[in-house]
Design a protein around this ligand. Structure first.
Ligand SMILES: [Zn+2]
Length: 275
């Protein structure tokens, strides 16, 4: 595969932000730190610039664009703290609190967390609830050189955009799940699902698998790893939407007494159209 350039990823990200259904947590991974920083500044302008509709993705010269560039826009919260080895729980809580407050100027607010792998288990856990159910118009953009250093709980809530020279997403196909999904697609017999979903842990396992596979389905040209066969027929936008739904499903599963039914109705909705 031809090496992908940082500009291609940026182009994809800017196009994605222009859609009306943007996932609230994006992870920009890869060792090219400067390229990632430049991209998130441009992304912030693309969301905030008042002239973005006339001059897409943004004008680059208005007061908003200039303050984003300078790091002084009140609705863009930068978490860099380069002198700290660990991103402490207090700092994470403070950012989550700031993100809950009403935006100062427009209707959206962005938190950019550099080197987010510095979050330890406690700070990651403090972050999860906000990442799962953010207020409308809130965007969390996490930056890391290495996906492998992040806790899976954080990773599973993010849509990953891989910049060049970074690590791969864990993406091993699971023959058991694939076989089950293929059977359902072949027979249309969603009732047979019951036997697979007796307990919540098993349901969560499947939902994580769906998240990884839909993410790969959307992004495999950039990640270089194809999703398993069942997930290949979706378009880029469909796959992003299905990824988003799988993330929301995880949140609902955790607080629901009948996870099997939730998973069944999710698969009915998402897979019956793919038959
Ligand atoms: Zn502007």
């Amino acid at each position: 595969m031809e090496a992908l350039k940082a500009q291609d990823i940026e182009k994809k990200l800017l196009a994605y932000l222009a859609t009306d259904r943007v996932h609230p947590a994006l992870l920009l991974a890869g060792s090219a730190k400067e390229a990632k920083l430049k991209t998130v500044r441009r992304m912030a302008k693309a969301l905030l610039c008042p002239k973005r509709l006339d001059l897409p993705p943004f004008c680059g010269v208005c007061s908003t664009c200039r303050r984003v560039e300078a790091g002084t826009h009140p609705d863009v919260i930068w978490v860099s703290d380069p002198e700290e080895d660990t991103l402490k729980i207090d700092r994470v809580r403070e950012v989550c609190h700031q993100m809950e407050l009403t935006p100062v100027e427009g209707d959206c607010k962005i938190a950019i967390v550099e080197d987010c792998h510095r979050m330890n288990t406690a700070s990651s856990n403090a972050f999860l609830k906000t990442l799962e159910e953010p207020a409308p118009g809130r965007h969390f953009w996490l930056l890391t050189p290495q996906i492998g250093n992040l806790l899976p709980t954080v990773l599973s809530r993010c849509l990953v955009f891989q910049f060049p020279d970074g690590a791969e997403v864990d993406s091993q196909p699971n023959p058991e799940w694939d076989g089950m999904l293929k059977d359902i697609l072949r027979t249309g017999d969603f009732g047979a699902l019951g036997q697979h979903f007796k307990d919540k842990e098993k349901c969560l396992e499947l939902v994580h698998y769906l998240q990884v596979q839909w993410r790969l389905s959307a992004l495999h040209p950039h990640l270089g790893t194809a999703p398993s066969e069942v997930f290949q027929s979706a378009s880029f936008w469909e796959a992003l939407m299905l990824f988003d739904e799988a993330v929301q499903l995880e949140g609902r599963l955790r607080s629901n007494a009948n996870p099997g039914l939730l998973v069944e109705s999710h698969l009915r909705e998402t897979l019956s159209e793919r038959r």
